[in-house]
Design a protein around this ligand. Structure first.
Ligand code: NAD
Length: 357
């Protein structure tokens, strides 16, 4: 097959990890007779420096015309002044909105070879295989009105949490479809005991549950979910929730696997190009040192092969290669115990390429 893939390396370690994912995708294309056309574009802090805009029109246009977009990470101390008018994250929010990617898919799986790296006891994490589906383009991160003002009592800020039933239904439906290909269970997370928007969420969740009786449904309050992820993470299959709850819970869940450097994500919408990125940020503390773990980005590339290009076999080939390398004991610095030798970003990428089936 032929596919147009836009690469947005971004800032910090972004270019280092995207470079390795590109290497892996190129090797997959070569071995399985596909042609992938890669185009690199600017986004994030580097784009602010170059043209004053975190998501230049040219970058957005190329993304909209592509089959899939692979992003590294954006941001860093240079652009994090809270009073700055333009910030790298604005580019990311605009890109998600423009691509119409309303569902963020984050698998959290513990590779057997890394069970010891989890802060939880190995026997508690061995069975963990969760897919988070976070609503990505609505809720409190986008609700209007939003702003700040000075009132008689001093500075004041406000945000609006709003969900309509269509936004809730379509993201729950993605959860249902994912659950069907897995263990058949959806956990819908809300705060219906306090929030009106969550009470609408729960009503719609019950309607979706009734329409899909082959899938097991449960509701869990977000505060309880924060506890369950620590004391019984193996009980969950697909977890569907709103934008802010999903942001926080999926970061909590990511710690189960032991390293941010291992976790991929996909943002999907209704048929347009998907957006794939590691869940970690630009890691300015290690940028430019050649020690970042590229596996989260490589696993994001595997999700891209599966969900945007329909190449399931090739996706599995990449995931199996990562598993084999970890089982053979290879570790980047973030994964290595103090008594283990670590390898650099490029060496890890080269190993994945070398063991691709
Ligand atoms: P971070 O994820 O960049 O780093 C947190 C810690 O994890 C750091 O110690 C870092 O060295 C380590 N780490 C992260 N990825 C790693 C990898 N692949 N290999 C090895 N170690 C890794 O989070 P942060 O420090 O809170 O944020 C840094 C910048 O990234 C901020 O400007 C933030 O806004 C931005 N950020 C961007 C995104 C995105 O682009 N989607 C997401 C989160 C944070």
């Amino acid at each position: 097959m032929e596919a147009k893939i836009i690469l947005l390396p971004g800032d910090g370690i972004g270019p280092e990890v995207v470079g390795e994912a590109r290497k892996v995708l190129t090797a997959v294309a070569h071995r399985h007779n596909h042609t992938f056309h890669f185009t690199e574009k600017m986004m994030g802090g580097c784009a602010i420096d170059a043209v004053g805009d975190p998501l230049p029109e040219e970058t957005l246009g190329a993304c909209l015309e592509s089959d899939a977009v692979l992003l590294g990470a954006v941001g860093g101390p240079k652009w994090s002044d809270p009073t700055a008018k333009v910030r790298p994250e604005q580019g990311l929010l605009k890109l998600r909105k423009s691509l119409g990617v309303f569902a963020n898919i984050r698998p959290v799986k513990v590779f057997p070879a890394l069970a010891n790296a989890s802060p939880l006891r190995p026997e508690r994490v061995q069975a963990v295989d969760i897919v988070f589906v976070r609503e990505l383009t609505g809720g409190i991160y986008f609700g209007q009105p939003q702003g700040r003002e000075t009132v008689a009592e001093g500075r004041s800020g406000h945000d609006t949490m709003r969900y309509n039933e269509e936004e809730i239904r379509r993201v729950l439906q993605i959860g249902v479809e994912l659950a069907r290909g897995r263990r058949g269970k959806v956990t819908s997370v809300d705060k219906a005991n306090v929030l009106a928007s969550s009470r609408v969420w729960r009503e719609v969740a019950h309607e979706v549950a009734a329409e899909n009786p082959d899938v097991e449904f449960e509701d869990v309050l977000v505060d309880a979910m924060a506890m369950y992820l620590v004391n019984r993470p193996g009980d969950f299959d697909v977890v569907v929730t709103g934008n802010m709850f999903g942001d926080i819970l999926s970061d909590e869940a990511s710690m189960i696997s032991g390293s941010l450097g291992m976790l991929p994500s996909a943002a999907l919408g209704a048929g347009g190009p998907g957006l794939y990125e590691p869940i970690h940020g630009s890691a300015p503390d290690i940028a430019g040192q050649g020690i970042a773990n590229p596996l989260a980005t490589i696993l994001s590339a595997a999700m891209l092969l599966r969900s945007s290009l329909g190449l399931e076999v090739e996706a599995r080939v990449v995931e199996t290669a990562v598993s084999r390398i970890l089982a053979a004991g290879h570790r980047t610095a973030d994964l290595a115990r103090s008594d283990e030798r670590s390898i650099g970003t490029q060496a890890m990428g080269d190993l994945v390429v070398a063991v691709l089936g």
